[in-house]
Design a protein around this ligand. Structure first.
Ligand code: GAL
Length: 656
């Protein structure tokens, strides 16, 4: 397994490069990522390129056989470009042009920006794509589907709409523009949603604009990747992503790239609140699901974070190593730490790296060196992957649509997925988070939370899975919207009603009010946010409401449909419900459960088809003891174990 670091040669004296590369080699760093913000050093003036310093930096590291992840610098155009072409800067939803001087504020559709972005990417690709020191390429940095409203984007959005709907009449019909006299009589009247937040804007317009903004980001990344591939078709190209405000369609983004990479900043504070699962296991499984393949962490927590925001606490002993190993447990094959040394200048001088301002290796640095040592012994898991019995479906369209209309106080789409993820993983089973159109046939249970916006391919895929004998769990706010983000005029959950065997008679968006449900065995659970008042047709009640005028109505149902089984959870509960529910589903479907795992201990399995490697990660501040079903070998130190004692944030990996 490879451990790397993010490094900024442009920020340090050359003398330090050598000392740093020597130290990296000594402790076992295998990769450095460089260049993502260095455009003004690479092209100080229009068309005047300087690659000499980059050549030198690359050879400083490659001398030690440290591989390079070379980035394209398009997130930070130099000021000369902004000065000459002010309209390459994004315009916000309020119609104002963003101020320059920070980063990431270039419009990905601006013709002059694209001209320069292609040129610098081409220059880099020509010079380095066949250099054996280059292990991989990163396009730009944390690209977002920023909803830019500049003139260029407005024009392209209009073209995008005409391309999709053909005529203005069709657009008017799709958007329901007869509401509030919003009918377009001329194409020039079409503009992106221009107030922020999006209150009062037409949800149909907003969803199409989110789709358009995502397509813009995906096209930019794929165009840049093609430039690199032209020079070397075998080059490995990615972009680093994160859970941002303006999420692109992650599936489309990475479908054009060789692998997924993710910037991983798990929380240092452990909440201790069971209803607020704080593990980044969810994020990691999410990233693995984007290509249904192992991935890289391109930035990993290394110290106290902050700068523009107040600093958060420094990682506790065990977290630097433990969180990197946790990423591997969920399918990361490479983990790069952000950053080697803390900046002493610029906006991020308090977002700490591995080395502090003192430049003296500290506790965190020593733990990182230990990580490098241990990771180098884990080559046996390099060819392994996670195979899961459970899948949770994530849809970018549902994500966007819920951001546009948040439904009820406290409702959060990703949280719906998180609850189920936390519940199933509590029993030590692997969980995939995948697209609703992915092949579901291999899963013993599939959770389809809040399938809000209808999509034909997804609905057919889900039906196919159940018809062929799958066990499906669906939740409230499913089948609500059509493709245009308008409400479907049928009893909920509309297209899924037949399969669910129940329908929603009325719903009650109770927000943060707490109510009670009881399951078939009489166990009581708190519910909140949303109550679908269900009437069963072919289904049976799994749980019913205990309060309000709908006491006695079904809250959760179970139905046999063709060869499969469907559950519908009409409300949102505390974690104890999800744990009990997931436990029952696992029992019904024969998914093995580890029942006595101490709280906070996370278990995943990576396999190469012959051998299984079980990762035990103690994501808590208490020491944890685990009894293994039989004696197993630890691949960390080769010792045979019947019990594991894990320190806080400690990890052991045993061969089954
Ligand atoms: C990431 C970004 C890095 C750095 C880091 C810490 O989002 O890619 O460049 O800014 O956060 O803030």
């Amino acid at each position: 397994m490879k451990i790397g670091v993010d490094y900024y040669p442009e920020q340090w004296d050359r003398a330090l490069w050598k000392a740093d590369s020597d130290l990296m080699a000594k402790i076992g760093v295998k990769l450095v990522r460089i260049g993502e913000f260095a455009w003004s050093k690479l092209e100080p003036r229009d068309g005047q390129f300087d690659f000499q310093w980059l050549d030198e930096a690359i050879s400083t590291f490659s001398r030690h056989a440290i591989g390079i992840v070379l980035c394209t610098p398009t997130s930070c155009p130099p000021l000369w470009m902004y000065e000459t072409y002010p309209d390459i800067v994004q315009v916000g939803a309020d119609g104002r042009r963003i101020q320059t001087g920070i980063r990431g504020h270039r419009c990905l559709n601006a013709p002059m920006f694209l001209y320069y972005a292609k040129r610098i990417t081409e220059q880099l690709a020509r010079r380095y794509a066949n250099n054996p020191a280059i292990a991989a390429w990163q396009i730009d940095n944390e690209i977002e589907a920023y909803p830019c409203t500049c003139e260029t984007c407005r024009g392209l959005f209009r073209d995008w709409l005409i391309d999709k709907y053909d005529t203005l009449e069709n657009i008017n019909a799709a958007f329901g523009n007869s509401v509030w006299s919003g009918e377009y009589s001329d194409i020039a009247q079409i503009k992106p949603p221009t107030s922020y937040p999006r209150a009062w804007q037409n949800p149909a317009l907003c969803l199409d604009f989110a789709r358009f903004s995502s397509d813009t980001a995906v096209k930019f990344v794929s165009d840049m990747a093609q430039i690199i591939k032209r020079e070397n078709p075998r080059a490995k190209v990615t972009t680093n992503t994160f859970f941002c405000e303006n999420t692109p369609d992650f599936y489309k983004l990475f479908s054009m790239l060789d692998f997924t990479s993710y910037d991983n900043y798990p929380p240092v504070r452990i909440s201790g609140d069971d209803n607020n699962p704080n593990s980044h296991a969810f994020e990691l499984d999410f990233m693995r699901g984007l290509k249904q393949r192992n991935f890289w962490v391109m930035e990993q927590l290394s110290g106290a974070t902050g700068s523009w925001a107040p600093m958060g606490p420094t990682p506790k002993p065990g977290q630097i190593k433990g969180y990197a190993m946790q990423a591997m447990a969920h399918g990361a094959d490479t983990v790069m730490h952000f950053r080697w040394r803390t900046a002493n200048k610029g906006a991020e001088m308090f977002w700490h790296g591995l080395l502090d301002h003192s430049n003296v290796p500290s506790r965190r640095f020593k733990e990182f060196a230990e990580l490098c040592r241990e990771a180098s012994k884990l080559s046996v898991i390099e060819t392994t992957e996670l195979v899961s019995d459970v899948a949770i479906l994530y849809s970018p369209e549902n994500d966007w649509a819920f951001r546009i209309q948040p439904q009820t106080e406290g409702f959060n789409y990703l949280e719906q997925l998180r609850y189920f993820h936390a519940a199933f993983t509590r029993y030590g089973t692997n969980v995939d988070i995948i697209s609703p159109t992915a092949d579901l046939s291999k899963y013993k249970a599939v959770v389809a939370p809040a399938m809000y916006v209808y999509d034909k391919a997804s609905a057919e895929n889900i039906y196919r899975y159940v018809i062929k004998g799958g066990t499906l769990i669906m939740t409230n706010r499913s089948g609500v919207k059509d493709q245009c983000n308008n409400c479907i005029m049928e009893p909920l959950p509309t297209v899924y009603r037949e399969m669910i065997g129940a329908e929603v008679k009325e719903y009650d968006p109770i927000g943060n009010t707490e109510q009670t449900i009881a399951d078939f065995a009489g166990n009581k659970f708190t519910c909140r946010q949303w109550c679908d008042i269900l009437e069963v047709t072919t289904a049976r009640a799994y749980a019913e409401y205990k309060d309000s005028f709908y006491a006695g109505s079904a809250a959760v149902t179970m139905n046999r449909y063709c060869s499969g089984v469907t559950y519908y959870v009409g409300t949102i509960c505390n974690m104890d419900f999800y744990e009990s529910f997931a436990g029952n589903i696992m029992k019904q479907t024969g998914i093995p459960r580890l029942k006595d795992l101490p709280r906070g201990v996370e278990v995943t399995t990576r396999t190469n088809g012959l051998d299984d490697y079980i990762f035990f990660f103690n994501n808590s501040e208490e020491e944890a003891d685990i009894t293994l079903p039989k004696a197993m070998y630890s691949i960390i130190d080769g010792g045979e174990r019947e019990t594991l004692t894990l320190k806080p944030f400690g990890m052991d990996i045993v061969r089954k």
